[in-house]
Write a protein that binds this ligand. Structure first.
Ligand SMILES: *Cc1c(COP(=O)(O)O)cnc(C)c1O
Length: 397
């Protein structure tokens, strides 16, 4: 007999979610996650992936993955610190450091894992972390894991950050204080105010940590948000993911050599979880080489994003204040945002509704991620479908 208490807990909570329309139903793809996807036998224009540069299906990356898989097999066979480190991992880390203009880098199995590893690798219960209120879930969990005092500051509010940094510093309660922010906030597409954050950090001797999961490949001609602001020598931790613009899977920290040396002996996912598979590492290396040799995909991404945003704005949609290709289309009420997304699906566009608790109440939205691999014809078709559904639901006049 399995646990009755567990059964009660699960049934009660699942039915509550379902009755509120908050239970997420997952539709498996029957195709690659490219510009066009197939779900339930239906072809859809895909505006929901983080595959910004279209690299997830790039023939050059596929060839690199296949070649490495033939040579090294499908798995790394061990954790990095025992004998799971292949020469490919070392090459990837060298490329990442070059790409990020830092002394060194360390790769992890995912971006999520990277935040679990890096924050608790350096911060502990005698420390404090100033964390933007809208930081990604993996940052929040990484902070909790460290047992440091977490002090949230209002989203991108530099006065609030400064006041809280001053208070933390003057309290003399903490050995080290860190400030952590996303480089690009993924729900609204706004960029962190890194120059001001770096100033506050200098004033109060804060360690700086920027998770640039959505900025790498997108800003700074591809090198990311820190490079975009010319702050490569001011940020201690540059976190990135290999899962979004890079198109594969994995995460990394780029920074000074001694930081990376330390994380290699102290960060737990590096020590206790098997290394990235060879095929993924080889594909990531190829992706970074492509990004460093040409801005073609980056430029195409921005052209597509600007084109798509212009189309929606002209129709009269509220697309918020994004500074990046992330294009929210804000509908308001949760149910309505979900209905809007459902109607888009029926008409041939896949764009996911994002509602409470991921975004504040009554700012329910459909979030769009135009990518470099979309053609103008696909984007025109998507905008026409938006117009049709928007008028039909009374969102547009
Ligand atoms: C997506 C994301 C992650 C997680 O990256 P994965 O490689 O998908 O695990 C971490 N941080 C931020 C800010 C993200 O947007």
């Amino acid at each position: 007999m399995t646990s009755k208490l567990l059964g009660h807990f699960l049934q009660e909570n699942l039915s509550e979610l379902k009755s509120k329309g908050l239970y997420n139903v997952i539709h498996p793809l029957q195709s690659a996650n490219g510009p066009i996807i197939t779900i339930k036998g239906k072809e859809l224009i895909n505006l929901s992936s983080n595959n910004y540069l279209g690299l997830a299906t790039d023939a050059r990356l596929i060839a690199a993955a296949v070649e490495a898989t033939h040579k090294f097999g499908v798995g790394a066979g061990a954790v990095r610190s025992i004998n799971g480190t292949l020469d490919l991992h070392v090459k990837l880390e060298q490329k990442l450091a070059e790409f990020k203009h830092t002394e060194a880098a360390i790769a992890y199995q995912s971006g999520f894992n990277c935040n679990m590893a890096a924050i608790s690798g350096v911060m502990d219960k005698d420390d404090a972390i100033l964390s933007d209120q809208l930081n990604h879930a993996s940052i929040i969990d990484g902070c909790r894991l460290s047992r440091a005092k977490i002090i949230a500051f209002n989203h991108s509010d530099i006065d609030d950050l400064r006041a809280k940094a001053k208070q933390a510093k003057e309290s003399r309660l903490y050995k080290k204080i860190m400030v952590i922010t996303d480089g690009v906030f993924s729900m609204d597409g706004d960029i962190a105010k890194l120059p001001e954050i770096a100033e506050v950090a200098e004033e109060f001797e804060l360690i700086t940590y920027v998770d640039d999961a959505h900025g790498s490949g997108v800003l700074g001609k591809g090198a990311g948000t820190v490079k975009h602001f010319g702050l490569s020598d001011k940020i201690d931790f540059q976190i990135g993911t290999l899962s979004k613009a890079i198109g594969v899977v994995g995460g990394y920290v780029a920074g000074r050599q001694d930081l990376i040396d330390w994380l290699k002996v102290r960060s737990r996912p590096f020590l206790f979880s098997t290394a990235l598979p060879p095929g993924d590492v080889a594909a990531s290396i190829r992706a970074i080489e492509i990004l460093m040799s040409s801005t073609e995909l980056h430029d195409k991404l921005w052209d597509n994003a600007n084109y798509f945003k212009k189309g929606l704005r002209k129709l009269g949609f509220d697309i918020g204040h994004s500074d990046t290709p992330i294009t929210p289309c804000i509908i308001g009420e949760e149910q309505k945002a979900q209905e809007f997304s459902k109607r888009l699906f029926e008409e041939g566009v896949y764009a996911k509704a994002i509602v409470l608790p991921t975004v504040p109440k009554n700012t329910g939205r459909v979030r769009n991620m135009p990518i470099a691999a979309h053609t103008t014809e696909m984007l025109d078709r998507a905008v026409a479908i938006y117009e049709k559904v928007g008028k039909e639901m009374g969102i547009l006049q």
